[in-house]
Design a protein around this ligand. Sequence first.
Ligand code: SUG
Length: 455
Amino acid sequence: METAIDAREANFDGLVGPTHNYGGLSYGNMASSSNSARPSNPKQAAQQGLQKMKSLHDMGMIQGVLAPQSRPDLYTLRRLGFTGNDSQVIEQAAKKDPAILASCYSASSMWTANAATVSPSSDSSDGRLHFTPANLVNRFHRSIEHQTTGRILQATFANPEHFAHHQALPSSDHFGDEGAANHTRFCQEYGKAGVEFFVYGQHAFNGQAPKPAKYPARQSLEASQAVARLHGLKNEQVVFAQQNPEVIDAGVFHNDVIAVGNGNVSFYHQLAFLNTQQVNHNLQQAMSNMGNGEMHFIEVPANQVSVQDAVKSYLFNSQLLSLPHLNDGKMGIVVPQECRENANVSAYLDQLIASDSAIDEVLVFDLKQSMSNGGGPACLRLRVVLNEAEQDAVNPACIMNSILFPRLMEWTEKHYRDLLSEADLADPQLLTESHSALDELTQILRLGSVYDFQR
Ligand code: SUG
């Protein structure tokens, strides 16, 4: 029997970048499509995210901050044939193809659940914590994130004795990888070898297998298998499961829109998976293989919460947290306020808390700016299980505390606009503002020169 090392779950949230806008860029993501071209408020978006980070820090969680990417992505615009100095590149793109400019301006790296897949050191064969940045090939505006994501992760988790950083998978739909949005780790204790659960939307090399008819399946089985290999996971600790193609067609573009897990608890919608009974059997089997105990399955019935309610409210895009003030394995659930605005979901939450399930407390946050692009509490965070030595090895300037919070709030006050519309993207002044914001941020978070414009 392996002994457990003292380890904790940290959440690294993406700091919303200064160009947060509603580009309508994610086909199959209902919120993104329905809010297309609405004006955004980047300052409010960043501050809503910071408030969540600060609250979780105040509750005793380890809370990290991942820096945003520099936008517009001038490197990509030049690769696409726009020439001249920076302002000319932007002007040309705005005139010739505003859709390309909007894609290169997206602040989508804020959803760090899609930054990478992370396997804790207690799971990997070399005893290091593994990161594979997600290639996000399915959406153009996201496919340009992974290189800088890799650099930011390396600047945050630098020590190679503890942290292993892989390249993103090959950029082809065959290996479409959306990172931790389709990956959950179950365990008895964070520091003990656990079970890694990979959920995919389609088989890349088997044309006969079921797949959605309308919206894209952004994650392939083959991508998930490759990540499991790269991270040195044992076959007996890995479970692969196919998402129900019908829910993808109903707007569930990532598994974390319909299921979430923590510790030994799996909280999921009745229609989330293709073959739920088999999936749950496999999870329990894998937990037993690893010497862990019983899984707790909390299945939310479709007659209480429809898939549509789930997609609208983002009930499952919640964070299930082992909060330090809760005992006996009890957890809190961090939900967006849209869950309290939906009568069915709100009633379900009340019933859940009153029952004797592991979920004991509901924490509600206003994340409307991010939610309007389809990004709830769980999208905004990347979970990283860290043992004590690894906690010491993380870049300390990226950890939320009572000094960093006001510093970053002040930084957003100084640099961010409170109104941004589609037409503003053509204004080269936005680039200048964005660069000076990020330049200062790399000093606050002590990241070094992670951005192209600094190199
Ligand atoms: O990839 N939205 C993101 C939302 C990501 C949510 N992440 C998780 N579920 N983990 C996406 O679809 C919309 C951008 C726009 O339309 O402007 C966007 O990229």
